[in-house]
Ligand binder design. Structure first.
Ligand code: COI
Length: 460
């Protein structure tokens, strides 16, 4: 079906090499059945940058391949003892897996309505992805450590080059909401973001393993038994420490944004304080950071508007940790007044919502930077806070790039994408007029595969 969309229905042109080429705009148009515009369009675009025309067949070939999902446990076992041949097989997995995963997303983009795929932000993302796909699919088998060094440089460049994807997609989706059904748009966003997380995980894991292999302290073939990390995976993520670290950073952020006279709520942690599991720390920090950030700001605002004495201490945010056999559950309860009724139905939506125009306004004013710590790290632009021991405190590095009252409506849906990616979940219960309980569920054994299917397709 994919092939027929591109090669038969779209304005294909035959090049001197006899390849059928197609652009996302053209495919979008074809799907919309704007046949009368096709010839004109194809003539105009054929004079544009060469990158706008693609060999259709090549994409079909890659779309026919299935992604090969991995689990945290597989990544840990694989990276525990590194040899040259293991490192090279990791490189070759990434070399073939990335273009496979990107090809599927390119095909999704080609299937978007014409008006959406021609949005400048969306088509910029398409260009970025096509170019990455093309570079990676042309990369030859990695046979030596030297090949791997070059490959790692290429990966680093791609990771840096793709930092603009989330702001571009956010802008694109906000501009395009109303131009396609909201649930389709959310499904598209869920899939593309989840896939992006997955690609960054496998690329960054390989870069980290290479760094370990090359480091002075590592002798190839030995087991990294004592290490805290295997690649990007933090082996002993202590839930209490992560909550406290993120809490501190959020409170500092709130203090600087709201001024010294405003009382910041305390964050209390109780329950199973020893709960520990392997995880990618920056993913957890992103989710917990967003949840606490929402709670702290809601409590401050609610207290200022409701309390007879606004200079009094606001009610604390209570975090309860619960360790079960397969999961760790983190409940964050605040007394911030609950979620306004007009927002409730759109809580998990990327494009739709009554405050959309406000979000768009914010977005055009504020350059959104990286989403997670890893992205900041590759950007070389890490502006993390310092903790008491002078260590770089990773928590909320990303949040420190924007003010707590900047509400783009992306934090919650993106947090849920992160939570579900490693087979967890995120739910919110609003107690109208009182507060919110957020439940974050983490799969603690690391034995679940990354979840590449979207929520909508799982529901179906
Ligand atoms: C992304 O960040 O969007 C990616 O797809 C990264 C990948 C090309 C390494």
């Amino acid at each position: 079906a994919g092939r027929s969309i591109c090669s038969a229905a779209s304005p294909a042109v035959t090049t001197s090499k006899g390849l059928n080429k197609s652009s996302p705009r053209a495919v979008g148009a074809a799907q919309q059945g704007h046949s009368s515009g096709l010839q004109v369009s194809s003539r105009r675009w054929s004079q544009g940058p060469a990158t706008q025309w693609r060999p259709v067949q090549v994409l079909d070939e890659w779309v026919a391949k299935e992604a090969r999902p991995i689990s945290l446990r597989q990544l840990m076992v694989f990276g525990r003892s590194l040899t040259e041949s293991r490192l090279l097989s990791s490189a070759n997995y990434v070399r073939t897996e990335l273009p496979t995963r990107i090809a599927h997303r390119l095909r999704d983009m080609q299937r978007l309505p014409y008006v959406v795929v021609t949005n400048p932000h969306v088509s910029d993302v398409y260009e970025l992805y096509y170019s990455a796909f093309d570079t990676l699919r042309r990369t030859r088998e990695i046979k030596t450590l030297e090949d791997n060094e070059k490959f790692c440089e290429q990966l680093g460049q791609l990771l840096r080059g793709h930092l603009s994807v989330i702001p571009k997609l956010t802008m694109g989706m906000l501009e395009c909401s109303g131009l396609m059904p909201a649930d389709e748009l959310d499904k598209f966003m869920n899939t593309i973001l989840r896939s992006r997380i997955s690609r960054r995980v496998i690329a960054e894991q390989h870069l980290s393993l290479t760094e370990t292999f090359n480091s002075d302290w590592y002798s190839p073939g030995s087991t990294v038994a004592e290490a805290d990390y295997i690649g990007e995976i933090f082996l002993k993520c202590v839930a209490k420490d992560v909550v406290e670290g993120c809490g501190k950073a959020v409170q500092e952020l709130a203090r600087s944004a709201n001024g010294p006279d405003v009382q910041i709520p305390e964050i209390k942690v109780d329950g199973h304080l020893d709960a520990t599991f392997p995880y990618i720390l920056s993913h957890l920090q992103y989710i917990i950071g967003e949840l606490l950030r929402n709670s702290v700001q809601a409590v401050i605002e609610n207290h200022a508007s409701k309390s007879k004495d606004p200079s009094s201490k606001p009610p604390p945010i209570e975090v309860t940790l619960c360790e079960a056999q397969q999961h760790v559950i983190i409940r964050i309860s605040d007394q911030g007044g609950g979620i306004p009724r007009d927002i409730l139905p759109y809580l998990w939506s990327f494009g739709k919502g009554p405050r959309k125009s406000q979000r768009l306004e914010h977005l055009t004013q504020v350059p959104l930077l990286a989403t997670t710590l890893q992205e900041l790290r590759v950007d070389g632009n890490f502006s993390g806070l310092q903790d008491g021991e002078g260590q770089t405190n990773n928590s909320l590095a990303s949040l420190s790039t924007r003010s707590p009252n900047l509400r783009l409506g992306m934090g919650l849906p993106l947090s849920r994408v992160y939570a579900e990616y490693w087979a967890g979940g995120l739910e919110l219960h609003s107690l109208e007029g009182y507060g919110v309980d957020a439940f974050l569920q983490i799969s603690k054994l690391g034995n679940k595969n990354e979840q590449l299917a979207t929520r909508a397709s799982m529901d179906a």
